[in-house]
Design a protein around this ligand. Structure first.
Ligand SMILES: [Zn+2]
Length: 70
C-alpha cells in the first residue's frame, strides 16, 4: 500500500488579529485553534490561558537563522 502520507504544505500560519506571522498556536478548550503573533500572544496570553487546552510556541523556522546572518 502506498499509504496516505499527509504532505503538509509549507504553510505559514498568521496572526488572527493582525496577519503577522504567528508565533503562538492556541488550542481552545471548546475546540478550534487560534494563532497569534508575538505581540498579540503577549497581549492575550493571560486571557488565553483561561480558555486554552494547550499553547504552543511556533518556532520561527528559518527566520531566526536569517536574523543572525550578518
Ligand atoms: Zn498579531
Amino acid at each position: 500500500m502506498s499509504g496516505h502520507v499527509r504532505a503538509l504544505p509549507d504553510q505559514i500560519d498568521t496572526c488572527d488579529r493582525c496577519g503577522m506571522r504567528a508565533r503562538l498556536r492556541v488550542l481552545l478548550d471548546r475546540g478550534g485553534e487560534l494563532y497569534f503573533c508575538g505581540h498579540h500572544a503577549r497581549k492575550y496570553r493571560a486571557a488565553l490561558q483561561l480558555v486554552a487546552l494547550s499553547m504552543d510556541d511556533i518556532p520561527a523556522s528559518g527566520v531566526a537563522a536569517a536574523a543572525r546572518f550578518r
